[in-house]
Design a protein around this ligand. Structure first.
Ligand code: ZN
Length: 340
C-alpha cells in the first residue's frame, strides 16, 4: 500500500518551514554559527525537534519550534531550509507545495521582513527548478505580535505577491489571542489583493472559525477541526466552499481531537466540504504527505476513489493563480487519471 499512496499525485498546502528542517541541516547550521548542540548525530538530535506520541497541548507542540528557530536567521539558513522542503516534497510525489513561515521570527541577525521572504522564496524557486515541484510561500502574521509587526509582514508579502508569495496567514496561540484582534491587519491584506488562510478551530472552538471567515475574510481555513462543535459554522464553510487544510497526524498530536475515531474528516467529506490533507510539519510531526494519505485510506475509511478526490480538492484549493494554476490542474489531472 505504501507504494500506492506514494504514487498518488499530491499537493501540500499547510507546511511550516521551521517545523520541517532536517536534523542534519541543524547540525551544519549550528557548526557554522559556532553554537553547541545537545547532540551531534541527526538521530540523537531528533528528540529535540519532534514530538513523541501525543503532546499535552498546542503550546507544547509549538515549543518544539523554538529549538530549530534559533538557527534560522541568516540568508543561507532560510534558503537552504526552503530548498530542502521542496526536495522532501519531491520524494513524496508532491506536485505543488505552499511553504509557510513567520518572517518576524527570523530577524535576530538583522534581516528585514522583506529579506527573510526574499531568501525563502529564493530557496523555493531553486528547489522548483531542481526537483520540478511547484513551490510557493505563505507569509505568517502572528497572534500576540504587535499591529506594527504584522503590518510589516502584510506590506512585504504584498511586494512578493505573484513573485513567489501566494497568501498570508495568521498563526500562534489561538485560544489566547482571538482573531478579532487582527481585523485591521487582514483588511489591509484584502485591500492589497492577498489571499488569506487563517489557523482556526485547532486550539479554539467553532466561533474561532466563524470569526476567521466572517471578520478576517479567510479564503481557506487552517485545520478547522473543531468547527464541528457548531453545525451552523459547518454549514457556513460548506456553503461558502471554503477549503479546510486538515493535518490529521498533527491534529491528533496537538489534541484537536481526542482520538482517531473522533476525527471529523469523514463527516466533513460526506457533507460535501472541501477537505484537503496536509502535513503541517514534516520533522516536528514526524510525518510525510504519503503517511497522511495512508492514514486516510487504512484507518479513516476512505476508498481509493475518495482519496483521489481529496487529492484533487487540494490541487483545486492551491492559491497559485492564472496560467500556473491551469498548468498545475492539467498536470495533476493527468497524473491522477494514470494513478486511477
Ligand atoms: Zn499550521
Amino acid at each position: 500500500m505504501t507504494n500506492r499512496m506514494l504514487a498518488l499525485p499530491k499537493v501540500d498546502l499547510h507546511l511550516h518551514l521551521d517545523g520541517s528542517v532536517l536534523p542534519a541541516t541543524i547540525i551544519d547550521l549550528a557548526r557554522e554559527a559556532g553554537e553547541r548542540l545537545p547532540a551531534e548525530e541527526p538521530g540523537q538530535l531528533l528528540p529535540y525537534m519532534r514530538v513523541e506520541g501525543e503532546c499535552k497541548s498546542l503550546i507544547e507542540y509549538l515549543n518544539k519550534f523554538r529549538f530549530v528557530g534559533q538557527f534560522l536567521h541568516t540568508p543561507y539558513s532560510l534558503e537552504r531550509a526552503a530548498y530542502e522542503v521542496v526536495e522532501q516534497a519531491s520524494a513524496q510525489n508532491c506536485l505543488y507545495i505552499e511553504v509557510r513561515f513567520a518572517p518576524q521570527l527570523h530577524r535576530k541577525l538583522g534581516l528585514t521582513v522583506e529579506d527573510a521572504i526574499h531568501y525563502v522564496v529564493r530557496g523555493l524557486q531553486q528547489g522548483e527548478r531542481d526537483f520540478g515541484v511547484m513551490a510557493r510561500c505563505i507569509a505568517i502574521c502572528l497572534r500576540g505580535h504587535s499591529e506594527e509587526f504584522n503590518r510589516e509582514v502584510i506590506r512585504a508579502a504584498s511586494l512578493y505577491l505573484g513573485k513567489g508569495v501566494v497568501a498570508v496567514d495568521l498563526a500562534g496561540a489561538e485560544a489566547a489571542f482571538p482573531a478579532e484582534l487582527y481585523r485591521d491587519i487582514f483588511a489591509m491584506a484584502r485591500e492589497r489583493g492577498l489571499p488569506i488562510t487563517i489557523h482556526a478551530g485547532e486550539a479554539a472552538g467553532a466561533a474561532s472559525v466563524r470569526t476567521a471567515v466572517e471578520l478576517l475574510g479567510a479564503n481557506r481555513v487552517g485545520h478547522g477541526v473543531r468547527m464541528r462543535e457548531d453545525s451552523a459554522v459547518v454549514e457556513l464553510i460548506r456553503r461558502g466552499r471554503i477549503p479546510l487544510e486538515l493535518c490529521p497526524i498533527s491534529n491528533l498530536q496537538t489534541k484537536a481531537v481526542d482520538c482517531l475515531s473522533s476525527y471529523p474528516i469523514r463527516d466533513y467529506f460526506d457533507k460535501g466540504i472541501l477537505v484537503t490533507v496536509n502535513t503541517d510539519n514534516l520533522t516536528v510531526s514526524d510525518t510525510t504527505i504519503t503517511k497522511e494519505y495512508e492514514l486516510l485510506h487504512a484507518k479513516l475509511g476512505f476508498s481509493e476513489e475518495e482519496v483521489g478526490r481529496i487529492a484533487m480538492y487540494g490541487a483545486e484549493a492551491a492559491f497559485v493563480k492564472g496560467a500556473e494554476k491551469k498548468e498545475l490542474l492539467a498536470r495533476f489531472g493527468q497524473q491522477l487519471a494514470l494513478w486511477q
